[in-house]
Every structure is written in C-alpha cells, then in structure tokens.
Design a protein around this ligand. Sequence first.
Ligand SMILES: Nc1ncnc2c1ncn2[C@@H]1O[C@H](COP(=O)(O)OP(=O)(O)OP(=O)(O)O)[C@@H](O)[C@H]1O
Length: 328
Amino acid sequence: MSRTPVLEVNNLSVGYQTTKGVLEAVRKVDFSVYENEVVGLIGESGSGKSTLAYAIMRLLKNGAHVTEGSVKVLGQDLYNMDPETLRTFRWSNISMVFQSAMNALNPVMTVEQQIIDTLRFHDPSISKKAALELARELFRLVRIDPSRLKSYPHELSGGMRQRVIIAIAIALNPKFVIMDEPTTALDVVVQKSILDQIMELKERLGFSILFISHDFSLVSEIADRVAVMYCGRLVEVANSGTLSTPDGHHPYTEGLIHAIPRFTDKKTKLRGIPGTPPALDKIPSGCSFHPRCKYAEEVCSLQAPPIVKTEKSIVECHFHAKVGEHNG
Ligand SMILES: Nc1ncnc2c1ncn2[C@@H]1O[C@H](COP(=O)(O)OP(=O)(O)OP(=O)(O)O)[C@@H](O)[C@H]1O
C-alpha cells in the first residue's frame, strides 16, 4: 500500500551568513514524513535540528537561508509560494510548537485573545463568538478548564503554557506539526502527561509529527521512525522498532543507543560518544563522523559514505554492517 507524504524534503541545504562566509548547518538533507506518522529528529546540540525545522516552516532568520533543495508540504512547494499564499497555507496545513512556551506567548495578552487572534487571522469571516467557542473547545482538547482562557501566560504553570502552545498549533487543524523539544523545560511527570496527550491528539485529529529532541530514549518510544542528524546531515533514518540493538545501524546511532541506560543490558557498560561535534567551518572530509568513529578506516576520511537501504533503515556509512555488540 503506498503512503501519502505530508512532508517531502529534497536535497535541502541551509547556510548561515557569517564573517567566515556562508557556513552550511543543513547539508543536502532528504526525507519524508507520511500521513499519521511520527518521525523523531535526534542529534547532539548544534547538529542542525532547529535550523532544519525553521527551514521546513520557511521561517529562517538570523542570516540563515536555503542554498539549495526544496520543501513540499501536502505536495506544494513552500519556497515557490508568494507571501499571501504562504500566509494562509502556513498554520492551517503545517504548524510548529516552539522550544520555549514562555517566549512563544505574548506576556501582555490573555491566552484567550491570542487563540482568538490566531483563528481570526486565518479566517476573518469567523465571528468573535464562534472563535471563542472554538477556543473553549481547544482548551477542553488539551485538558485545561476553559475558565483559564482569561489568564495571562504568567498566571499559568509551565505545563499549562505548553498545552496552550499546543492548542494554538492545532487550532487550524493542520496535517503536519513540528514539535521542537516541546517538553524539555518541564519536570518528568508533566512531560509524560503532555506526551501522552500529544499522541492522543494526533490519533484523534489525524496529523503527522516531526518530533525534535536530544532525548533518544523518548524519541524512539514515541516515533515510528527516527532520523539521526550529525553535522547537518541525516546520517540515518531508522524504523524505531529496530533501535533496541545497534546492530547494522550507523556508528553514531550506536553511540546514542549506548548512551541510554535502558537500552543497555546489565553486562554492557554505559558509554558516551567520544569527542565533540566539529564547528561548521571545520567539518571533516569524507564522512564527517570519522574522527569520532571506532569503525573508521582510511576510506572514511577520503570518500563520502554511500547511502545504503537496509531492512532496518536508510544509513549513510561505509561500514554499517560491522556495527554491533560484538564489534565494539
Ligand atoms: N545565527 C547563526 N549564525 C551562525 N551559525 C549559527 C547560527 N545559529 C546557529 N548556528 C550554527 O548552526 C548549527 C546548527 O544549529 P542548530 O541550532 O540548528 O542545532 P540544533 O541541533 O537545533 O541544536 P540544539 O539542540 O542545541 O537546539 C550549529 O553549529 C550552530 O552553531
């Protein structure tokens, strides 16, 4: 059965204008997200996850710009849209939950006003009364008592503010939602309840999610597939169910798996990935992971790795077949 993509990213590169020239933070990235799918996007800090997310939304700032490639949402090329079409297309088809709920909400407006403004901005014909009823319905959906609509952001707890952000992101019934570390600032119990709720809303309303996080165990639990980013490249896109062991995965993915206590049996020692990711102006030749990779051979510094499709994943590595418990 063929699946319908809601998001298609093709050969996408994004550069930052710096004093050292244009430095690429996203490098020739290809992937899709399909209907009703959750794809996790994982990688160490600075790997390019947020830059990729903002490029997908066509919301790049701070001197960042797309240098090549395309982004299609529901078959429509976002970078070929005129501003007016983009204005109506964005949020009603694709939306985003940003990292910091406090920064995403306006501190001097009640949350009711902010939700109503969002609804009326996209559909000026909707009456204030109908918008208010929708806002109440959205609050019920994210399990906040509608009486809290009159609150200002600072009057709500961190978990409630994040729920308001989620309510705004789904207000226009988008088919695809990017969630950039949506629960990072919250304590573990609140995190869990918001995640459960996100998954419930996804089932109920039928949207797909690109879920960005640096928490590998969390992502592999909730996502259907996990996209692993390193130095601006997607080095692997794996089916989540295959991530309980590192066998046959990318060496970087193996490192992420070994860094999680619950994925490691009692006999295996918990290990981190040696070294740190390189700066954008010092990306190594060949495979950019080779200086940190225990499987690396000469070819890894000389030639870009092949893209190999296996039963488990699409992986970009010369030696992925060597990766596993018995080789480390
Ligand atoms: N305004 C900027 N100018 C130059 N380089 C930038 C700028 N913003 C980000 N970068 C660089 O782009 C790369 C990718 O950054 P990005 O924030 O997308 O990574 P990330 O994976 O989302 O990190 P985090 O998990 O910390 O949010 C990093 O090397 C970062 O230093």
